[in-house]
Each structure stands twice: as C-alpha cells, then as structure tokens.
Design a protein around this ligand. Structure first.
Ligand SMILES: Nc1ncnc2c1ncn2[C@@H]1O[C@H](COP(=O)(O)OP(=O)(O)OP(=O)(O)O)[C@@H](O)[C@H]1O
Length: 633
C-alpha cells in the first residue's frame, strides 16, 4: 500500500529523516521513537501533506509527490483519514455537525452512518453538544468518527493518546486496534504500551529507521471505486445554514460592515451631497425669486447703470451685436428657457371689448417662473402674461390661457439716432401665465414686487412689432434662463468671450457656485473618508473572519474539499451576506432617498470583493501550517 524509498528530509542543516525506506501493507502499524526522531515528519509525508523531500513515496503505486490538487482532494475525501494531535475539529460546531463535514462530498445518505458511528463510539448523548465543551477523550472519539465517515482505506493518527489519561488512552488504543481489523491504521506514538497483538512497528532514531518489525497483513480494499463528488449547491446551503447558526456573530459583523460601506459609498456617488449643498441656492431662489438666474441679452444698454455712479458723464449708451445668439441658445441643453423681451410702452390689452391699461414700471422684464401653461411658441403669435395682469383682468390662469387678445402700445425707434415713438398693435393667443415677482432684501426683511408690464411675446410677434415700428435692426432682446448656476457661469463666460456683455447677477451666482463647491468638497471628503473606512472595515472584518477560519478551511481540505468546493461554500455564504446587506441597503436607500440600485450594486461589489478575499485566504491555507500536526506545529 505505502512504499517509501530513500526518504531524506532536511530542515535547515538538520536532517529530520535520513534515507528511510519502508513499506506498509495493511493492518496495524506503529511508528515509534524518541521526541524529535522524525515520526511526525514521516507521517506528514505518508499523508501527502508534505511533498518537499528527497526520495520517493508511493501509495498504491502512485507517487505522492505527483498528485494533482484534485487527486489529493479525492484521496482525503475517500481513502485517507487523518487524526492529528490537535483533533482538528471545528470548535463552534456540534459533535454531529463535525462528523458530517466529510459527508457533504458524498452522494449516500449520511444519517444512518452517523447514528451508527455515534453509537459505536459511545458519543450519541453528546451529538448536539459543541465540541469545544468536550473532554480530550471525547474529542478524540469525534475526530476518529469523522474520519470514518469517509469510509477510508487508511487511518493515520498522530499521537492519538498524547493528551489523554491512561484509561482513556487505553480505550482509544483498543478502538484503533478494532478499526485496524477492517482498515490500514498507521499510528505515530511515544506510548509503546499501546503496541499489542498483530502489528508492524517502525522505530526511528534521529531520523534513521533503526528497527523494523513487519507483520505482513495484506490491505483490504474498501470500496476502491469510490469517487469524490464536488460540493453541491444543496450541500453548500446546508453547510451555510450550520455556519450561520454557529458563527452568526462573524457573519453579522460582515453584513453590518458591508451595509455601512455600501450605504456610505451610495451616498457619496448619489446626488445626495450636491442636493444638500444646493440648499443655500434654493434658499436664495425662495427669497429673491428665480429671476436671479436670468441672463439678459440686449443689443444696447447704459454702462454704469446700477452701479450708483450714473452721473450724466459716466453713463453712456453701449451697443453690441447680439445677432445669431437667439438661434444659438434656443436649442442648448444647458438652457431651461429663452424668453423674449417686449420693449413696449403705453400698453393696453383688450379683453371682451374692455381695455386694460398696463402700468409701466420701467424695470421690466422680470421673469421668475411659469406658473401655468407654457412659454410661447416662437413660430406662432403667442404671448405669456404676468399673473398680476391676469388678476387685474379678473380672470383665472385657466380662463385666460388659450384666449386670443388684442394688444396696443408703442415702440421707440432709434434707427435715426433720435427716439421716434411708433404705435404698434398685435393679436396674440395667451400660451401661459408667469410669475413676474422679485424679492429685495432690506434690513433683513424681504420685500416682493410684481411687474404687470413683464409680457413675453413670441419671436413671431416681435418681428411683427419691429416691422410696424419700421426698425431695421433685426436683433431682439431676450432672457436666457440656464438650468443651473454652473451653466449660468459657463454661458456667461462664453458670451463675454464672444464680446457680448450679458446683464445679470453674475457675482451673486459666482458666490453661490463657490460656496456650493466648498460645501460639496467638504461633505465629499467626509463621506469619502467614511466610505473608505467602511470598505476597509468590511475588508478587515472579512480578512479577520477568513484568518479566524483558517483552521476550518484546513479541516475542509483534509476532509477532501478541493479549493473549488471551498470557493462554492464561500460563494453561498457571501450570497447570503449580499442578500442581507442588499436588503438593508435598499431600506437605507429608501430612507435616505438615494437610488436603490446604487446601494444594491455597491453591496454586491463589496460582497464580491469580500468573497474574492476569502477565497484567496482559503486557497492559500496549508493544512501543514494551519493545523497542529506534531510537536513543531
Ligand atoms: N517545520 C520545521 N522546521 C524546522 N525543523 C523542524 C520542523 N519540523 C520538525 N523539525 C525538526 O525535525 C526533527 C524531527 O521532528 P518531528 O516533529 O518529526 O519529530 P517527532 O519524532 O515527531 O517529535 P515529537 O514526538 O516530539 O513530536 C526535529 O529535530 C525537529 O526539530
């Protein structure tokens, strides 16, 4: 069965084994020798845990050094049971759950066999007790029962009685002798009192095989066609159920860390931060009205107007070429609305034969926002009226919209260099009603004014009026309403660059954008910090859980789980973590009014990263170092 040829194992300058050759055919086999003589080293080679040595070791003719990962997993799952000094049990699990660990890789029903083993090893009353609460002898029985669950051909035991009292040691010894009647048992021991009956004994002295008593006991092939299964989803779910029950604390901390990380990242990536930093801007709009967002494009204006220095000398008429700008900006996606300015005086509107004089304020146009209907269609004779005028006419917004009204007034023609007042008139359909109020803050009080002469005709009406007034200048004054303060400044700079001075509250908007940027940066830094810390916390918790479960992963490996099987197990566990943290993230997203998909996507991302981290840890676990297999660990 085992054939070892000229095995030499060197640690540093010291040889733990020197030119050891032996063969094990079946039955009971003892490897004995003083402490440090190389027993455990030999046992690790026999069990294919250590493949770094000189010489060759064969199991049923197969060179143990040449085993692939899959072959090794099959060997551990079906043929080789290994009982180590530290018992290699998963402390959080019960006796029953520990014994069942190898059974998840098999297709046969484990329950009958489990009951039989529990009875045989007299541990049926302990079945639902956590193994951490058991005595050394009880743990050893559980460890042997678990290995027998594989129905192995060979059972290898490292100092199985080392930590036991004499009576329990004898019982365990007898148990192993009974097992050796059916299978090959290899026991490493100091305790020569265990050696009884028909057996082979190999004695090591300072790494050299000094004595050898071989009793030829041919090995009985136990179900040699046994095949290892991959861990099925059903088994992985059952194992995850057990893990959740027994290691709820670890999994819960993972879920919490994942949820916090995902929620903080979601808050960071969502528009929530910019939403909160927009608050100052919204407050300004509420106080002063939306008209602070207007950019007036005019073909002529008085310089120094509004500066407080309007002395006759300082004030000058400035003319600028605004032709083509209306066409340029009317389809611009940054522009919320374009409103035409009607520079008319002495306006009268006629409704049902009754004339209403429109009072001139000299401050028009003021456009705050649309409150009913829509902005006039530039290709039609449509007009937007101020709400204050509609009220003056005794109508509701709904009543006035769609009505066709007659308008009269005058336009000043400056084409000759002198102002010539020209009478104009037109008929227009009312397309909408606008709020034309604006607020002014005075000693902490906000006063609101409304303009009834802020009418907004379509381009078609403007063309008509200018034709009636005989104006040659084709440029019409209009208002650009950008959709955000950032776009306001962008368009402003664009116009200035093109040599056109737009009129508006540029400095105020600049301050707002500056403030918003600073608030955003500040909030962004803190949320990024929280998010990074949360991701780090999630990864650390996951790393910690992975490291804490190293022993468990090593036990799985020695129970025959391939790396893929452990990855399937982790995938199922992290799917659970994702579902739970995803659910909490969805609730958090709903409460925080951030997009649900973002919380879900980030929970998924964090879970996938944690899964990758755990899979990496489990695949790097080496049972040799993760488990105590002998004096040096
Ligand atoms: N990982 C290691 N690194 C360095 N030296 C080691 C290592 N493992 C074992 N050795 C050395 O190899 C020699 C044999 O050790 P081994 O553990 O095989 O002896 P042993 O007979 O099992 O001893 P014990 O009965 O005390 O467990 C010892 O000198 C030991 O110090």
């Amino acid at each position: 069965m085992f054939e070892l040829k000229n095995i030499t194992k060197i640690f540093g300058n010291e040889a733990a084994l020197r030119d050891v050759s032996l063969s094990i055919s079946g039955g009971m086999n003892y490897i004995i020798g003083a402490s440090g003589s190389g027993k455990t080293t030999l046992l690790r080679i026999l069990s294919a845990m250590d493949t770094q040595y000189e010489g060759e070791a064969f199991y049923h003719g197969k060179n143990l050094k040449e085993l692939t990962h899959q072959e090794r997993a099959r060997l551990y799952a079906t043929e080789l049971g290994f009982i180590a000094q530290g018992f290699h049990l998963i402390d959080e699990l019960t006796v029953r759950e520990n014994i069942l660990v190898p059974s998840y890789l098999k297709s046969d029903d484990p329950e009958r066999k489990l009951d039989m083993l529990l009875r045989k090893f007299k541990i049926e009353k302990l079945a639902d007790q956590k193994v951490s609460t058991l005595s050394g002898g009880q743990k050893q029985r559980v460890a042997i029962a678990r290995e027998l669950m594989k129905d192995p051909q060979v059972l290898i035991a490292d100092e199985p009685t080392a930590a036991l009292d004499a009576k329990t040691a004898r019982e365990i010894g007898e148990l192993l002798t009974t097992i050796a009647k059916e299978r090959t048992v290899v026991v490493v021991t100091h305790d020569t009192s265990l050696i009884r009956g028909k057996c082979s004994v190999f004695e090591l002295d300072k790494g050299v095989l000094c004595k050898c008593k071989v009793t030829d006991t041919p090995s009985k092939a136990i179900n040699p066609s046994k095949q290892k299964k991959s861990l099925s989803l059903r088994s992985a779910l059952r194992m995850t159920g057990v893990t959740c029950k027994r290691q709820a604390g670890k999994l819960l901390s993972l879920v919490v860390a994942t949820t916090i990380a995902a929620s903080c990242l979601a808050v960071n990536f969502s528009g929530m931060l910019s939403g909160s930093s927009n608050q100052a801007f919204q407050e300004l709009l509420e106080k002063q009205g939306n008209s602070v967002m207007n950019l007036m494009i005019v073909s002529s204006f008085m310089n120094a107007s509004g500066t407080g220095q309007e002395t006759p000398d300082a004030v000058q008429q400035v003319s600028q070429d605004i032709s083509g700008l209306l066409e340029k900006y009317q389809d611009d996606s940054r522009v919320e609305a374009i409103i035409m300015d009607a520079p008319m005086d002495d306006m009268v509107v006629t409704l049902d034969g009754k004339d209403f004089i429109i009072e001139s304020t000299g401050q028009a146009p003021v456009y705050n926002k649309m409150i009913a209907g829509k902005i006039s269609d530039n290709s039609k004779h449509e007009i937007v009226l101020p709400q204050i005028l509609v009220k003056k006419m005794g109508c509701t917004n709904e009543e006035i919209i769609g009505q066709k009204l007659d308008f009269m007034g005058s336009v000043i023609n400056w084409d000759s260099g002198k102002p010539v007042t020209m009478p104009v008139s037109f008929t227009a359909v009312i397309s909408g009603v606008a709020d034309t109020s604006y607020g002014m803050e005075f000693e902490g009080e906000v006063m609101t004014f409304e303009h009834e002469d802020s009418l907004f005709p379509s381009l078609a009406i403007m063309r008509d009026i200018y034709e009636q007034a005989g104006k040659e200048d084709p440029s019409f004054n209009f208002i650009i309403r950008p959709d955000s303060p950032e776009h306001y400044l962008e368009i402003y700079e664009e116009l200035m660059g093109a040599g056109v001075v737009p009129l508006g509250q540029v400095e105020l908007i600049r301050d707002i954008v500056g403030l918003k940027g600073a608030a955003l940066a500040q909030a962004g830094i803190s949320y990024t910090l929280i998010a990074v810390l949360s991701v780090l916390a999630a990864l650390s918790v996951c790393l910690l859980c992975g490291l804490m479960r190293k022993k468990e992963y090593a036990v799985y490996q020695l129970s025959g789980y391939a790396k893929f099987d452990i990855a399937v197990l982790s995938a199922v566990e992290y799917t659970g973590v994702f579902l739970l943290s995803g659910f909490i993230s969805v609730v958090a997203a709903w409460i925080l009014s951030i997009p649900v998909w973002l919380g879900l996507a980030l929970s998924l991302g964090v879970s996938v990263v944690c899964f990758a981290e755990t899979s990496l840890i489990s695949s790097l676990v080496n049972p040799l170092t993760a488990l105590k297999t002998g004096g040096r660990g």
